[in-house]
Design a protein around this ligand. Structure first.
Ligand code: CP
Length: 300
């Protein structure tokens, strides 16, 4: 694994290897020391969980970690991002961890030649891909279930704007997991083959074993000038409550949560809400595993 750009490029074996390695890091049976390696974190969109867990993971595998702040960089003097990264490679960076609002920019950057070879890890690209989120979500599901293939996973909410949904669907389809999307027409997005689409919560939640709520992406909705901005219809018909959550279902959410919008506050603050924090914790081990594999492949 030289780069991690999207889930589609990973095989089932790759995903199992990443999860096994994450488990070894979590249990303490594996240690890694990449003291000769340098990683630069380039976040052009806001982040708490992804950025901080990459940093925590970098510290745990003893990588030298650098934070690129675009606000005070020469990008503001008009430098093209390719040239910036080419210079970072000349300076000695081995890996770029990047979050960017453009869907396929990282795909393009990873396909180009650099002064010294450099690897790319996608920390979220536009509406397209968030591979480490899907990996940590799958890891969380595996840790909490022994029968994932027999469970129905329902992804609820703003699928149209969600890179998390796209990457989760791509990953879970590889494992033959039964997938439903529950969304109002204005959040449905393009239909994906192999996914059952619902607009009625009762029907979608019938027999569900895992419910994954998505964040309503207010900033993207506003940027696109779309009209449905009060979310009253969404809350009335799709908000997850103690009453409508299927019994024994695992409740997940990638974060950040819009409290009392996607999920009612008393559910977030109950035992059901704990898995959401487990997801954040598991992100550290998954990102340790991904960086360990990328750096190992580079001989570092
Ligand atoms: N889930 C996720 O990507 O969260 P952040 O935007 O805080 O990184």
């Amino acid at each position: 694994m030289k780069n991690l750009i999207d889930i589609e490029s990973l095989s089932v074996n790759d995903i199992n290897q990443i999860c096994t390695r994450a488990w070894e890091f979590e249990k303490g049976s594996r240690k890694a020391n990449h003291q000769s390696a340098s990683v630069v974190n380039m976040f052009f969109e806001n982040s708490t969980r992804t950025k901080m867990s990459f940093q925590m993971a970098q510290s745990k595998i003893n990588v030298k970690s650098y934070d690129f702040n675009s606000d005070v960089s020469s990008i503001n003097k008009g430098e093209e991002l390719y040239d910036t990264i080419n210079n970072l490679s000349a300076i000695g960076m081995d890996v770029v961890v990047m979050r960017h609002s453009e869907d396929y920019l990282i795909d393009d950057l990873a396909s180009r030649n650099y002064y010294q070879d450099i690897s790319f890890i996608n920390a979220g690209s536009g509406k397209h891909a968030h591979p480490t989120q899907a990996l940590l979500d799958y890891y969380t599901m595996r840790k909490n279930t022994t029968d994932l293939e027999d469970r129905i996973v329902v992804i609820v909410g703003d699928v149209a704007h969600s890179r998390v949904a796209r990457s989760n669907i791509a990953l879970l389809k590889k494992f033959g997991v039964k997938l439903r999307v529950l969304a109002p027409p204005y959040f449905k997005g393009e239909a994906i083959e192999g996914v059952e689409y619902h607009t009625n919560l009762k029907e979608a939640f019938d027999g569900a074993g895992i419910v994954m709520a998505l964040r309503i992406q207010k900033e993207r909705i506003q940027r696109e000038g779309l009209e449905y901005t009060d979310f009253a219809d969404y809350v009335k018909n799709y908000q997850i409550t103690k009453e409508n959550l299927p019994p024994n279902a695992l409740l997940m959410h990638p974060g950040p949560v819009n409290r009392n919008v996607e999920i009612k506050n008393d559910v977030i603050d109950s035992v059901y809400g704990k898995t959401i924090l487990d997801q954040a914790k598991n992100g550290v081990f998954i990102r340790m595993a991904v960086m360990d594999l990328v750096l190992g492949n580079r001989g570092q």
